[in-house]
Design a protein around this ligand. Sequence first.
Ligand SMILES: C[S@@+](CC[C@H](N)C(=O)[O-])C[C@H]1O[C@@H](n2cnc3c(N)ncnc32)[C@H](O)[C@@H]1O
Ligand SMILES: [Zn+2]
Length: 373
Amino acid sequence: MTTERRRKLIEVALPLEAINRESAREKSIRHGHPSTLHLWWSRKPLATARAVLFAQLVDDPSARPDLYPTEEAQSARRKDLFDLIERLVVWENTTDTALLAEAHREILASTDGNPPAILDPFAGGGSIPLEAQRLGLEAHASDLNPVAVLINKALIEIPPKWAGHPPVFPGAADTAHSWPGTTGLAEDVRRYGQWMRDEAERRIGHLYPKAKLADGSEANVIAWIWARTVTCPNPACRIEMPLYNKRWLGKKKGKEAYVVPRVVGGRVEFGIGHDVAHAPTKADDDTVTRNGARCIACGTAVPLCRWPTYAPREGPAASVPGSWPSPRRATAAGTTSPRRRSTRPPPGCRSPTEYPTPNSRRQRSGSGCRDTA
Ligand SMILES: C[S@@+](CC[C@H](N)C(=O)[O-])C[C@H]1O[C@@H](n2cnc3c(N)ncnc32)[C@H](O)[C@@H]1O
Ligand SMILES: [Zn+2]
């Protein structure tokens, strides 16, 4: 038995202006959006996913001449569907259960009460399965990348399991009379998250001291800048030479910031400069190039082929109180105090990660080294 395929709305027309506008607006939404759970490459805007799923399932009125026999009737019906989509794509309506139920009813009417399940085999950040679920459809997701799988589990698999449950964190359930939807789960995530944060601070917080700001106050550190080091081969110097290829932190006009290394008592200390007049130039922006490194204290040049002797390792780099070039990067780095941000190294930290051997570097770049000493 064959079933007649009816033309779907997406094949005829879409309210593109509204969909585009709301999809673009979504980029600036920072609260409650899955992108704040985890970033993903090329995540589709939820508004787009919602509109496209809906329009793929709902019949175009021209496919139902029994219900809409004239062009006028079809246009009027299409206008109603457009109106529904235009309301559906608005971020603030994402949790409007009455509106989502209305959309679900339309989908049922166009699929003889038996809508197909939605499978996204390349689900990534989960926009498509999430919106399928919101529209009341059976949603499945998979992805090659286990991180994407985890995001999708967090978005579409776990929340429905706990819908309507009170939180289990000791004492939390008593703080409200009812826990509709996933509010109980959300409360647990908040409370256990806070517990984890406090516990981490109690156990390892001493390794991440606060930064001192110019006005004497303290700020949370939101990012750590690292540089590998080698010991200067000059016997009269022997400082731990930091290896970096740029000192600039931000070049935005009026907010310029760069790292300023200083050698104090045989140690390298780092400060932050904002004065454009003393900003890094081509001549002093880096200490390491393809050919080798340069000691910032005595100027000794260290060719790459000599590095095995000096065992490069990772060490602390800059202390950057109160300045970071891009707020987005700062947020991603996890500040707990948005008004007081800074970056600085963990004192005395050494990473066990292995540095690529100079041999492998030479082979890759294909450059020889005349200094064989
Ligand atoms: C452009 S992203 C999908 C974005 C998604 N539509 C969203 O809105 O977030 C493409 C996804 O395909 C996944 N992928 C690539 N090759 C795959 C394969 N062979 N099998 C399964 N997933 C694959 C990638 O890991 C990536 O997450
Ligand atoms: Zn030196």
